[in-house]
Design a protein around this ligand. Structure first.
Ligand SMILES: [Zn+2]
Ligand SMILES: [Zn+2]
Ligand SMILES: [Zn+2]
Length: 254
């Protein structure tokens, strides 16, 4: 199984338009961050899965030379996780297939409202061909099992996902005991750490490190990073050995 972290930045991305801070003007390519998304290619089950489809989806497909997707898993409805949906048309046309989308019932309703033209009965030709599926329990895609991990994003219940010994949690500010149980024996965890200063709906670095200590994955990558956090190089100095800062285009073999 291979995983590509397609985007690792918070909702505005880095650089932020017009910002002249040291992170936004950094020449380290690891400090340029598109909006969060993750692509998983599981050879064993022959499934290609995208987690979230944000505003940078098109660019992420092009720069990573990805040309096929079998399913899209949505963590939640916020714009930085869903705004690229219309560009799924390229995959529809190329492979002549519909793409199933998975998410919480509330997220599906939100997508149906925002992209009503793709889901109405009287469709304009050429709109995205998608099928919406509510996640209630484990998702079975061919021989591949995906475990949804309920987490809290401020007051909003959202989902992370576990696939084999890999788990992807973004936009979390709380992980319940029950969900921690589902995160045992991980090889790789991707988890959000927005910045060092407290935020009402995202883990800070300190909070993320506390969760990592509880989950004890072999290796952890931090994502959903804000320009006010610091440069890749400086954040790295704050981290224990088995925790790394993710960057766009990072490929993980699992
Ligand atoms: Zn987000
Ligand atoms: Zn900045
Ligand atoms: Zn969010």
């Amino acid at each position: 199984m291979e995983c590509i972290l397609l985007g690792t930045g918070t909702s505005q991305g880095i650089p932020v338009i017009g910002c002249k801070c040291p992170v936004c003007t950094s020449i380290d390519i690891r400090d340029s961050r598109l909006r969060v998304s993750c692509f998983i290619d599981d050879e064993e089950s022959n499934q290609k899965i995208l987690i979230d489809i944000g505003p940078d989806f098109r660019q992420q497909m092009l720069s990573n030379q990805i040309s096929d997707i079998d399913a899209v898993l949505l963590t939640h409805e916020h714009n930085d996780h869903t705004a690229g949906l219309d560009d799924i048309r390229a995959i529809n046309f190329l492979h002549n297939k519909n793409i199933p989308f998975y998410g919480l019932d509330r997220v599906i309703t939100d997508i149906k409202n925002r992209f009503h033209y793709a889901l109405s009965t009287n469709k304009y030709p050429g709109v995205p061909q998608i099928e919406m599926h509510t996640v209630e329990r484990e998702i079975q895609l061919g021989s591949l099992k995906i475990i949804p991990i309920p987490i809290m994003h401020g007051t909003l219940p959202i989902l992370g996902y576990r696939i084999k010994n890999f788990a992807y949690l973004t936009d979390a500010s709380l992980i319940t005991k029950e969900s921690l149980e589902k995160l045992k024996d991980l090889d790789v965890l991707v988890i959000n750490a927005l910045r060092q200063k407290k935020h009402y709906s995202h883990f800070t670095l300190e909070e993320a490190l506390i969760e990592i200590e509880k989950i004890r994955p072999k290796k952890t990558y931090l994502t959903h990073i804000s320009h006010v956090f610091d440069t890749h190089e400086n954040i790295t100095k704050l981290l224990p050995d088995n925790v790394c800062v993710a960057y766009d285009g990072l490929r993980l073999s699992l």
